[in-house]
Ligand binder design. Sequence first.
Ligand code: P6P
Length: 347
Amino acid sequence: MQRQGAGITITQHILKQQRENPVATGAFTTLLNELIVAAKVISREVNKAGLVDILGSTGKINVQEEKVQKLDVFSNQIIIERMQHIGQLWCMGSEEDPDLIDIPPRFPKGDYILVFDPLDGSSNIDVNVSIGTIFGIYKRKSISSGSEPLLDDILQPGINQVAAGYFIYGSSTIMVYTTGKNTGVHGFTLFPSLGEFLLSHESIRIPEQGKIYSVNEGYHSYWDEKTRALVNHFKNSGKKTGHSYTARYVGSLVADFHRNLLKGGIFMYPADSKDPKKPTGKLRLMVEANPLAMVIKEAGGYASDGHGPILDIDPTELHQRVPLYIGSKKDVELAEAFISGKRTESS
Ligand code: P6P
């Protein structure tokens, strides 16, 4: 464990990457640093949430007399308010907002685009389960002629992301991010007493095959036969192949993803027939699947929609949903073989 005060701060790490990038202007560094400030504010509120519930119910301590907002709405506002004034963004897209988020005319615009899920898994707060902020960063497609951002600016395949990552608010607050191009995936732990994220997980690599499968088996009756065969494979793998798996499912994407990233394994959110409005599952391409797909690819893993790379999908809507199979390369490739029909339970 790092001695408090020792260790590389996230700011030092980002500046080092900036120095190693000949075309870097510092704009990206400014953007990432401001996002980190927003995450520190969210972390503080998330960690207080349980307390507020306890204190609020007794009424013994006044919670600043502010209407306690839903934390995901609060987190969304914090990110938008902090990011819109730095002069580095062309526009933003959030899981919480139906449409594109413009930069107010009083602030300068920049050439980056930020897409994010401000607080994924927020329904888990009151049971003290880890939750997270997921983000992806793009450059504007081209210096479009108009001065107003268009949805088309945001609807880019995940392979175009220049950076992606997440903050996980759990027993500690950790930031994991990558800028791609073989720069690696790195994790930083927040030291509240310092108010700094210090490098704690350098050059994370996911094992090529894992021993964990993560899926909500409560949906079994809503899956198609290929999905059932795939999940049965993981359940019976020990007897059939000698390589056994254990089931782990937190129900918070960032928590399940982070555990599998560090230990190996596969997270699956298959298409299901439970909600006719969400035939491809509930996870969103732009603000959940794509950022995590960039991280996992850079860590040596893979992310698929069951038929091909998540990062290659050309988005048609800001909030389109995709089935997601993400984690250890061998496990996800096996999932793809089952879902695309190339492999069956018996083979
Ligand atoms: P289910 C949380 O609500 C979330 O968006 C993800 O964080 C999580 O992976 C998923 O939904 C859990 O969904 O349908 O299994 O409860």
